[in-house]
Write a protein that binds this ligand. Structure first.
Ligand SMILES: [Zn+2]
Length: 342
C-alpha cells in the first residue's frame, strides 16, 4: 500500500519531558521515523511525499486561535528574557473559567495540556507535513485504494481542537476522518494506541457522524488520567458515539484481540463508509512505556482482524517508541492487514 511521509516531519526534535516530575529525554525522537520507514518498506509499501494541502484540512478540526498560536508562539517566546529554548507551559487555567490570555506564557498554558509537547522553531512545519501525510492518505482511499498508511510524526491523537498534549500538536487521525467525510456519510476511528485518544474523543464528542472507539491501558493509573474511562459515551447529539475499552495493565495479545472484537461489534452497528485506524505501536510488550504486553505476531493478528471489517481504511501512525522491534511491529501490522502475514 502507499505510505505518505515528508522529510520535514523529522525536523521537530523535542528535548524536554517530565515523567512523574522527573526530567527525562523526550521519547518522541526523530529516530522513530527511520525505524517506521524501514518497517513500511519491509512490508512492501511505496513511500510517497504528500503535497502541501494548505491550512484548510487542519482548520476543519482545529480552532483558528490555536493554529495561530502554534504557528507563532516560538518566535514570540524568544522575546521573553530568560525563557527556555523550547516553549513549555508553567501555568494552566483551571477549567478555563477566566479570560483568554494575551501573553505568550499565558497562551502556552491555555493551549498546552502538559510538558510533553515542547515547541521549537521546527515544530509547526513538522506538524503540518505530518497532517498533510494524513490528508493525502485519506484522499487516496477516497479515490478507491482499499487502504493507505500515513507515517504521521509528530503524532496527533492527544491534540484537542485547541490544545496540544502528549507529544501531539495537530490531530492527524481527526484530520483524516474529516477529509473522508467529504464523501463518506459516517466515519469510524479505531484507536489501538497504548494511550487513550483523548484529543480525538474531544474533537468528535458531540458529533454523531464520526464514531470514536479507543482501546488503551486503563487511565485510572495511566496517561491521560482524565479521559479514557468506560463511562465517557459522548454528549448532545454525539451521545452513544464514543466508546472506550480500558484494558488492565500488561494485557496480552488474547485480551487485546478479545476487546477488539467488542470494538468491531460497535463499529459494525454504526455501519461506517470508511475507517481510520489510529495505529499506536506502544501496546508492545517491549515498548519503553511498558503499559500493555502485545507481541510482534500480535500486531499481525490485529492488522488481519481489522482488515476483515472490509472497510476503506486510512492507517495513521500514532505512538510507538524506540525499541529494537519498532519497525518489525509496523511490518507485522501492515503485512497482517494486507493478508500477507508470515
Ligand atoms: Zn501512545
Amino acid at each position: 500500500m502507499k505510505t505518505f511521509y515528508a522529510e520535514e516531519q523529522k525536523r521537530h526534535d523535542p528535548k524536554a519531558f517530565l515523567s512523574s516530575g522527573a526530567a527525562q529525554p523526550n521519547p518522541e525522537q526523530p529516530e522513530r521515523v527511520e525505524r517506521l520507514l524501514a518497517g513500511a518498506e519491509a512490508a512492501g509499501c511505496e513511500i510517497v511525499r504528500p503535497r502541501n494541502h494548505g491550512l484548510g484540512p487542519v482548520a476543519a478540526v482545529h480552532t483558528p486561535e490555536y493554529l495561530d498560536f502554534l504557528e507563532h508562539i516560538y518566535t514570540r517566546w524568544q522575546r521573553i528574557d530568560g525563557a527556555s529554548a523550547e516553549v513549555i507551559p508553567n501555568i494552566h487555567p483551571i477549567a478555563r473559567s477566566g479570560s483568554y490570555p494575551a501573553s505568550a506564557v499565558g497562551q502556552a498554558g491555555y493551549h498546552m495540556a502538559d510538558t510533553a509537547c515542547p515547541i521549537s522553531g521546527e515544530t509547526w512545519q513538522s506538524a503540518l507535513w505530518s497532517a498533510w501525510s494524513a490528508v493525502e492518505a485519506a484522499e487516496v482511499v477516497m479515490s478507491g485504494a482499499p487502504a493507505a498508511y500515513a507515517l504521521c510524526r509528530p503524532p496527533g491523537h492527544h491534540a484537542f481542537a485547541d490544545v496540544a498534549g502528549g507529544f501531539c500538536f495537530i490531530n492527524n487521525s481527526a484530520v483524516a476522518a474529516q477529509v473522508l467525510r467529504r464523501t463518506a456519510s459516517r466515519v469510524a476511528i479505531l484507536d489501538v494506541d497504548l494511550h487513550h485518544g483523548n484529543g480525538t474523543q474531544g474533537i468528535f464528542y458531540a458529533r454523531p457522524d464520526v464514531l470514536t472507539v479507543s482501546l488503551h491501558a486503563d487511565p485510572v493509573r495511566f496517561y491521560p488520567f482524565f479521559w479514557g474511562h468506560a463511562d465517557e459515551r459522548g454528549e448532545g447529539s454525539g451521545l452513544g458515539y464514543n466508546f472506550n475499552l480500558p484494558l488492565p495493565r500488561k494485557s496480552t495479545d488474547a485480551a487485546f484481540l478479545e476487546a477488539l472484537e467488542v470494538a468491531f461489534q460497535r463499529i459494525r452497528a454504526f455501519s461506517p463508509d470508511a475507517l481510520v485506524v489510529a495505529l499506536g505501536l506502544d501496546p508492545f510488550e517491549g515498548d519503553p512505556f511498558g503499559g500493555l504486553s502485545v507481541t510482534t505476531p500480535g500486531f499481525a493478528r490485529i492488522g488481519e482482524a481489522i482488515a476483515k471489517l472490509g472497510l476503506p481504511t486510512v492507517i495513521v501512525q500514532e505512538g510507538g517508541y524506540l525499541c529494537d522491534e519498532l519497525g518489525d511491529n509496523l511490518t507485522a501490522f501492515l503485512t497482517g492487514f494486507d493478508g500477507k502475514a508470515r
